[in-house]
Design a protein. Sequence first.
Length: 331
Amino acid sequence: SVIIHMTNPKVLLTRTLPPASQNILENSSDIELFHWKDDTVIPRHELLRRVSGVNGILCMLTEKIDAEVLDAAGPSLKVVSTMSVGYDHVDINELRKRNISLGYTPEVLTEATADLTVLLVLASTRRLREGIKTVENGEWSDWSPTGMLGTQLTNKTIGIVGLGRIGEATAFRLKPFLGTDGKIIYYSPTEKKRSVILGAKRVEFDSLLEKSDIICICCSLNEKTKEMFNYSVFKKMKKNVILVNTARGSIIKQDDLVRALSEGLIGAVGLDVTTPEPLDRNHPLLKFPNVTIVPHTGSATLETRTLMGNLAVENVLCGVRGLSLPNAVCS
Ligand code: DGY
């Protein structure tokens, strides 16, 4: 008689998830879990070694999933589930070629990321970093009628680059700050229906650059948006523009940003994302007092990260069980 050995599907988890999500995965008794337990990004050689023969990968945006990883995994691999909404770290064409599904975590981080975008807009317009430093360094001398003056959002024009879920949630949050004469304009490849509620007008990219007092980068990173913000773009912007990026670092050509800042072309900058991450503490960007940088924390609330973790777990479990993914980029 023939004995068929049915083995449980193998899942490689590259990082420890928020506790609730981790529990769901660990309590899924029909899978065999390979967990990179160090609370560090899995080294590339470990990823390449441990991925061999698995059926599913649950990864983070810190892991580059390319042909080399997929080759190392071999033909057993059915699903890659990233605990992120962005998937520029995954070579989607290589996945498609091999019929591997890709799961991601849209929707659940929209609110948290929009909140952080607003935070960076306010921090940048009101010189929060300089203010905190002044207090901490004992340089806060007295109240002055002209001390630490920032700029106000009332009656300003805000330009949103990429009116997707996060761009739209950001616009809804910022709208009440604008008063009656403020405006929201946006640049997006397609007209967005909900922009009507916002009274937001779709404009060409150059027009957004010329008109905006505040620019929020909320688009995804792809071939079209990579280094979309470069020196010639910075030159087209208003002189005191506030620029905020909560999307991906390489949408901005960072050396050009340094140049534009040193030439005084920009009022203030707020970044949640940089190239590389982490940014070296001696990076020239950190020398400008009008640049505020936070360490890629757009989605970093316990609530949001738990929802992202749960969704990533569901995606990988469905994938290895041969079911369609609840949130698939490709299947
Ligand atoms: C994402 O999900 O793509 C964010 O950058 C991290 O939450």
